[in-house]
Design a protein around this ligand. Structure first.
Ligand SMILES: Nc1nc2c(c(=O)[nH]1)N[C@H]1C(S)=C(S)[C@@H](COP(=O)(O)O)O[C@H]1N2
Ligand SMILES: [Mo]
Length: 326
């Protein structure tokens, strides 16, 4: 794992933003480095990469005719991020801590994929991915997407609302939370298994309150841009929670458990101060190391040239979800 690299000139405008990749406690890291005589200016300040060779046109995305777009979540005047950009700028730590994991992620074994749904439910189920795609009608939704690292995109997901799964498995009245567990195989995953300060709590897990999961916006995606999910986006099924920071959506899900207590989750276990459990997009609540007031829109060229726009409360979905938070 590359933790230290010399800053590039293009890192400077975003030097206050240390990405999730510096996930071992940065203060401890700083202390350690200072002790070793290495100065803070050598710290990696962003894992952002230019998107290099991609020469995408900004032509509007066309929904394939066979796909039903949910009219409540249309493209409207949202500018869909070209797939050549969104599919080459990913967070998927199982395959490394940079944004350029697209190649490495092709090692994800997706054959015979099963999703086990259990815990406090009346009808536990193990679905294979084709069952899932047949049982729940797929629809397309165009959502804004906002990473806690202050970059944003707009993508057309293909999938089904999570509430349909709740209806199918019938949680008992004790179920208050849900844990989502991602695939992990230490023989295949090339991501870090430890840091100098702690073990990494693999597998990646995320969690929601059951009322959040039941909200109409909470979505399981099995596709994007009218096709099955590419591996780097979390094939064959991942969560999409558009009013929360991107890390709340686990990729490549293998297990879903209904629970009576709040589960431990990946980033929250690594640093609860930086990655809170609720993690709603909020321009007025800065991350401990940077402002969340604005966001950079994934675009052609180097990240520091990407246009900035204001961050919207609940990422623009307040009318759907604000009532969940009193
Ligand atoms: N299993 C797993 N899920 C994950 C992550 C990860 O590293 N591993 N990264 C999260 C983060 S921080 C973001 S921003 C999104 C990125 O999704 P994308 O690469 O499809 O845009 O996936 C989320 N889900
Ligand atoms: Mo993220």
């Amino acid at each position: 794992m590359t933790l230290i690299k010399v800053s590039q000139i293009w890192d400077i405008p975003d030097r206050q933003i240390t990405p999730e990749s510096v996930f071992m406690n940065r203060r401890k890291l700083l202390k350690g480095l200072m002790g070793a005589g290495i100065t803070a200016s050598l710290l990696p300040l962003t894992a952002c990469r230019t998107t290099g060779e991609s020469n995408s046109t900004l032509s509007p995305y066309q929904t394939p005719e066979s796909i039903i777009q949910n009219p409540e979540f249309p493209q409207g005047d949202l500018q869909i991020t070209p797939q050549s950009l969104s599919s080459q700028y990913n967070n998927f730590y199982e395959f490394g801590t940079t944004k350029s994991i697209q190649q490495a992620a092709q090692a994800l074994p997706t054959e015979n994929w099963k999703v086990e749904v259990g815990g406090l439910v009346k009808n536990p189920q193990t679905y294979d991915i084709d069952d899932l795609r047949k049982t729940f009608d797929l629809e397309e939704r165009v959502y804004r997407f906002r990473c806690v690292e202050a970059w944003a995109m707009v993508v057309p997901w293909l999938g089904f609302p999570m509430r349909k799964l709740i209806e199918a498995v019938e949680p008992t009245s004790e179920a208050k939370f849900v844990r989502f567990t991602s695939w992990y195989d230490k023989e295949i995953s090339t991501g870090p298994s430890w840091s100098p300060f702690s073990n990494i709590p693999w597998p990646y897990t995320e969690g929601l309150r059951i009322e959040e999961m039941a909200n109409e916006l909470a979505f399981f995606a099995t596709g994007i841009y009218g096709k099955d999910l590419p591996k780097q986006h979390g094939a064959p099924i991942r969560q999409v929670i558009p009013w929360k920071y991107g890390f709340k959506g686990a990729k490549s899900i293998v297990k879903i458990d209904f629970l009576d207590t709040q589960p431990a989750t990946f980033w929250n276990t690594i640093d609860a101060n930086e990655y809170d459990f609720e993690a709603n997009v909020n321009p007025d609540k800065p991350h401990p190391r940077w402002s969340q007031a604005t966001e950079r829109v994934i675009s052609e060229g180097a990240p520091f040239t990407w246009p900035r726009q204001p961050t919207l409360p609940y990422n623009g979905y307040g009318e759907w979800v604000a009532h969940l938070y009193g």
